[in-house]
Ligand binder design. Structure first.
Ligand code: SAH
Ligand code: SF4
Length: 389
């Protein structure tokens, strides 16, 4: 595991995926691991493959949550499976829908930790924004998640479950072939996915499996703040699209707003982008750039952005994100005409630089606004208690 930057909380090791009554949850296991669990209830070796296929299909294609739904599995086997296993879901603490149709779920896992998952419907697609960690060890100054003290990696199971919960709520079982509501996944929720790459990889392999949820790697985008040593693995072993949170074009500014830049400065980050396996003109790397008033939004910044992307010869597109404020944030969003001017400069140099529409702001579901509400509630509970003591 990668070391975390100094001054941040250590990662707490997640508890084993076992329910309160001792039964193990099968969600998120690889096919091989699922086969082992099925063999363990006494299924004859020659049948294990076929039974694994069936159970996989029920969990990930049909969305089954109970073994009794598995009508092509004998009732004796269904009973044996139900004695040892469950097909679980996290507790949904809160589910909110924005005026613009964006949905947000606050999910609580077995150990009480919580994350948020966001669904963003658009005309031609529906994107699920998935969390990879509870909180985040990186303390980007503009990001609400970075202020959450409690941090641990999510398990592969907890990552897959976010997709299952969204599918349950959207009523999207069995998996349709075409015209899906949930058509894309972005790993842009809470946490730094490349600090939890093994679990993210295992989860995305379940999600990409052609006999289950069956989302193509081209419809999955992983966003990183720039964990340089893990980037090549992400391209080689997972092959998903890459988004990089750039946000500044000079090391001094980037280090101020994103402390990870001290460890992996711009030259290392851009070289890793240039070398990203699978990046081509048809599959460009997305550079996210949050517009912070008087911090990173000048004409000179825009021109330097263009210069860098060209100097490193990176197949790139730029996403300009209006800064989303949160309670206590120290920045302001650049004015609309400044963002437009920045976008024009980059466009005129031949690089696509759309301004991303802010979605779900009324339910605090926009980029950088996610933070487990429970932690805040608990803190205010504590404050209330100490005030009355
Ligand atoms: N940790 C990863 C993925 C999650 S953040 C990363 O940093 O890339 C998803 C995106 O939202 C990142 O580009 C992040 O920089 C951006 N973001 C964070 N806080 C924001 C805010 N307050 N307003 C707008 N975008 C923000
Ligand atoms: Fe973590 Fe990404 Fe937020 Fe930075 S922007 S604190 S890396 S979640």
């Amino acid at each position: 595991m990668l070391s975390t930057p100094p001054g941040t909380e250590p990662l707490v090791v997640p508890r084993a995926p076992v329910t309160g009554d001792g039964r193990e949850c099968l969600v998120g296991l690889s096919r091989d691991a699922l086969a082992e669990r099925i063999a363990a209830v006494g299924v004859p070796t020659r049948q294990v493959r076929m039974r694994t296929q069936q159970v996989w299909h029920w969990i990930y294609h049909r969305g089954a949550r109970d073994f009794d739904e598995m009508t092509n599995v004998s009732s004796a086997l269904r009973k044996a499976l139900a004695e040892r296993y469950v097909i679980g879901r996290p507790e949904i603490v809160e589910a909110r829908v924005s005026v613009d149709g964006t949905r947000k779920w606050l999910l609580r896992f077995a150990d009480g930790n919580e994350v948020e998952t966001v669904f963003i419907p658009e005309e031609d697609r529906g994107t699920l924004c998935v969390s990879s960690q509870v909180g985040c060890t990186l303390t980007c100054r503009f990001c609400h998640t970075g202020t959450q003290r409690l941090v641990r990696n999510l398990t592969a199971q907890e990552i897959v479950m976010q997709v299952l919960v969204a599918r349950d709520d959207l009523g999207e079982w069995p998996s349709p072939r075409d015209g899906r509501l949930l058509s894309n996944i972005v790993l842009m929720g809470m946490g730094e996915p490349l600090y939890n790459f093994d679990n993210v990889k295992a989860a995305m392999q379940v999600v990409m499996d052609p006999e289950g949820i069956s989302l193509s790697r081209r419809r999955i985008t992983l966003s990183t703040s720039g964990v340089v040593p893990e980037m090549a693995r992400c391209g080689a072993e997972l092959g998903v699209n890459l988004a990089v949170s750039l946000h500044a074009v000079r090391d001094d500014v980037r280090t101020r707003i994103m402390p990870i830049n001290k460890k992996y400065p711009l030259s290392d980050l851009l070289a890793a982008c240039r070398d990203y396996p699978g990046a081509t003109n048809a599959r460009r790397i997305t550079f996210e750039y949050v517009m912070l008033k008087d911090v990173n939004d000048s004409d000179a910044d825009a021109r330097e952005l263009v210069r860098l992307l060209k100097a490193y010869n990176i197949p790139a597109k730029v996403n300009l994100i209006p800064f989303n404020p949160w309670p206590g944030s120290e920045f302001e969003c650049s004015p609309p005409e400044r963002i437009r001017r920045f976008s024009d400069i980059v466009f005129e140099a031949g690089i696509s630089a759309p301004i991303r529409a802010t979605r779900g702001q009324d339910i605090l579901a926009a980029c950088g606004q996610l933070k487990s509400a429970s932690e805040k509630r608990r803190r205010s509970d504590r404050d209330a208690e100490s005030a009355s003591a």
